[in-house]
Design a protein around this ligand. Sequence first.
Ligand SMILES: Cc1cc2nc3c(=O)[nH]c(=O)nc-3n(C[C@H](O)[C@H](O)[C@H](O)COP(=O)(O)OP(=O)(O)OC[C@H]3O[C@@H](n4cnc5c(N)ncnc54)[C@H](O)[C@@H]3O)c2cc1C
Length: 865
Amino acid sequence: MEQINGARDGSSFSPLEINGRQEHAILTDELDSVDKQRLFLGGERQLYPNSLSSREMESLTALCDTFLPSIDVSDATTNASLVAFYRTSASMAGTPQRVGGLISERLKHPKLWLMRLALWFLSTWIGSFILCGRASLSSQFPYFHSFPQMSQQKREEILLSWSLSYFYLLRMLFKTMKLLTFLVFFTEVNEKNENLSWKAIDYTGPDPEFITKTKEFKASTTIGNQRPNNEEQNACPHEEELFGPLNRGIINLDKPKDLVVDALSTFGIPASVLHSEKTVNCSSNPSLTIRCDAVVIGSGSGGGVVAGVLAKAGYKVVVIEKGNYHARKNLTLLEGPAMDQMYLSSGLIATDDMGVFVLAGSTVGGGSAINWSASIRTPQHVIKEWCNDHELELFDSKLYQEALDVVCEKMGVQSQVQEEGFNNAILRKGCQELGYPVNNIPRNSPPNHYCGWCCFGCKDGRKRGTTETWLVDLVNSGNGAILTGCEAIKVLHKRKKGRRDRNTATGVAFEFEHGGGKEIGFVESKVTIVACGALCTPKLLKRSGLKNVNIGENLHLHPVAMAWGYFPDSQVFDGWPEREKKSYEGGIMTAMSTVVAEFNKSGYGAVIQTPALHPGMFSVVMPWVSGKDIKHRMSRFSRTAHVFALARDKGSGTVNAPPDSISYEMEALDENNLKIGLEKSLRILAAAGAEDIGTHHFKGKGLHVKKANLDEFERFVKEESSRPLRELSSAICSAHQMGSCRMGVDSKQSVVNQMGETWEVEGLFVADTSVFPTALGVNPMVTVQAIAYCTSQSILQVLRRKKFFKYKEPASKQPVTVDSDQSPEENDQLCRCCQIRRRKLNRFMRFFPLQLQYHTNHLLRKSFR
Ligand SMILES: Cc1cc2nc3c(=O)[nH]c(=O)nc-3n(C[C@H](O)[C@H](O)[C@H](O)COP(=O)(O)OP(=O)(O)OC[C@H]3O[C@@H](n4cnc5c(N)ncnc54)[C@H](O)[C@@H]3O)c2cc1C
């Protein structure tokens, strides 16, 4: 499939390809292609195919140009890049075509058809009259105008009226079109990986230090020119730096299947291939079957922990991950490609009513690979609530405390910060001026980790997400592998003999791309762990036939409302705020205020933190009142700080499937907490010395703090923080999803028990944020890891009881028993001659259907004894 920002490459070397002396040759040969394919994906980007009709495109182009028109400012400034930025409209930059591609290929929203209908309507005069009202009328012939025929001024008025329309479908249309137009315009790059607006808005693009170091690294390894000639070395010394520490455990199923089987066998994981072409795509006849002790679906914060713990304990573990592996020097650090390739649905997920814009990771490492590194332990009042009100003793147990310690140690969590970035320094200063409490945020990165690009992956592995910790345990143990680009489509479960009450999980069916088509594979396992995150886990369970009514319910989103403050670099007093600091640089989260968190009272309030906003996301959240106004706001991008309030939501939603959709509603209390948080945020920004402050309300009002008197200031703060949140110019943001398969002590009220096992299917565990009993109120990574750690202890007990096979020898030395369901222990009992005969027969049996293979294997096993 063609992509807007480069193909989803995901190519990686199987372990066998980089073994022994051949390694250097292959690796260095490949480095050049890796350089072209992966290091700089942005420059190689292609468009998603655009299937919009010419009528739809006509309206879409008019809409994009209304948001971002061409404006001549050559009279007002001599700054050439600023002039060029103002002069370039969305259509001049090719934005509508790309947006058309996204609408055609990537956007998956239940109301997408309505948007396309609206585009078609707008291309006709009658449809424009229906959607735009009197504004589409003219006193001159032909009296009725379609949307593209109207003047820029009229179109701007119409968009503004939609943004505050009584009809929520018009508000949705406005928010969706604004999001797509801005996200594409400010993230699209040319072949040099540059965007025409970046210079004007003072954005460097990907971390310049990273780019320089990558170039130096390339030069030092003389990629494509000289090859390292030290024949003694078994591994390329730069492999880890270049491809990340998991490279040897990543298996790409687009490779020839025999290679995949061989690669899996090096981890002691048997697999079999069905060579029949006819039945390959039939879900009852997988083209590949893998056998292991445990299959973990999703490699994020929860899945990573379980996979690492089980593999380290000696069990054979297969991780199924629908995203690809991007690590260290494989990263682009470009906002567009990173969102496209590392975020769930390219970062384009919203609730049904477009009220909340939802971000989640979808790559090896899941959210932990792209998150903002805040690593906060489960607050005591939450532990108390989950223990007392929800009767979940787990949270009051020694095991849970130990789990918190273990995961924090593993991630290297610490609270020091050597140098604070722009946003956090402003939050801290504002709080100090006002006497609000402000604390350092513990992070899973070292004190000197001054990087604002971690939201696009960690360039040097110093942010210790699961790709740098638990999944490394998995790979280094030699007991596990990660299958990337594989989407689990169904958990397999069946009624076992002697069990009347519930089914037992037997593995998972997954879909993968092979040879340009889709194929089905099975993993057969003793235990199945679903860790797809709170948005995807309920969908998978529902698709797998689970009937528990709580699946998908109780979804919490930690809604966020933001305020902004502008700190011009010309207005620096006593070195504050430092002139050279930019809004997008530095540790993303280092300071936090609990001034309205209510930790000691109800426990339901809001914490105040700061976001990472690169130009795409910054433009999406900023209010739009006119084309000129947004360009002005964007020109102040690098010195506009953001502070947000994040509510611990009592309100909840539902993940529906099928059709896939998310509904969500805040409670009045949540909205009130956000408003109070917004009020405090405005005060913090002003106290820190902002020249202008404002919120994301559609009217886009700002206050020049220095010129306002106290009354005016108080009125402004009160007015802006008391408006209904549905009047924001963009959707509310959420990066934390939880609770959609909650843990409980009653199967009627919950989906999993305290062991993390589903009430409905034995041997089926859930280990992600979906098991949270309620919203958490702080950043969830540490909590989900701690719960997953406890769940993995329960799984270990189950596995021990099952006496499943454990390989005796280290993985690399094991005989490969492809197509065999015989354990190594059993194999050892055979004489050498029988072992060889058996292996030959197994190879021969590959050509028969799987069912037959298993029956024969069973018989063989008996006869060989
Ligand atoms: C931008 C951003 C910033 C954040 N910042 C922080 C922070 O600073 N601190 C903090 O504590 N939290 C933060 N979070 C939240 C945190 O990262 C998540 O809450 C956490 O990672 C969730 O863990 P999880 O195991 O539930 O799911 P995830 O980590 O989301 O992992 C789920 C994985 O499952 C995969 N998957 C889904 N469906 C399938 C399928 N059918 N088959 C195969 N694979 C599948 C996905 O691709 C994904 O990789 C942030 C999140 C985002 C998006």
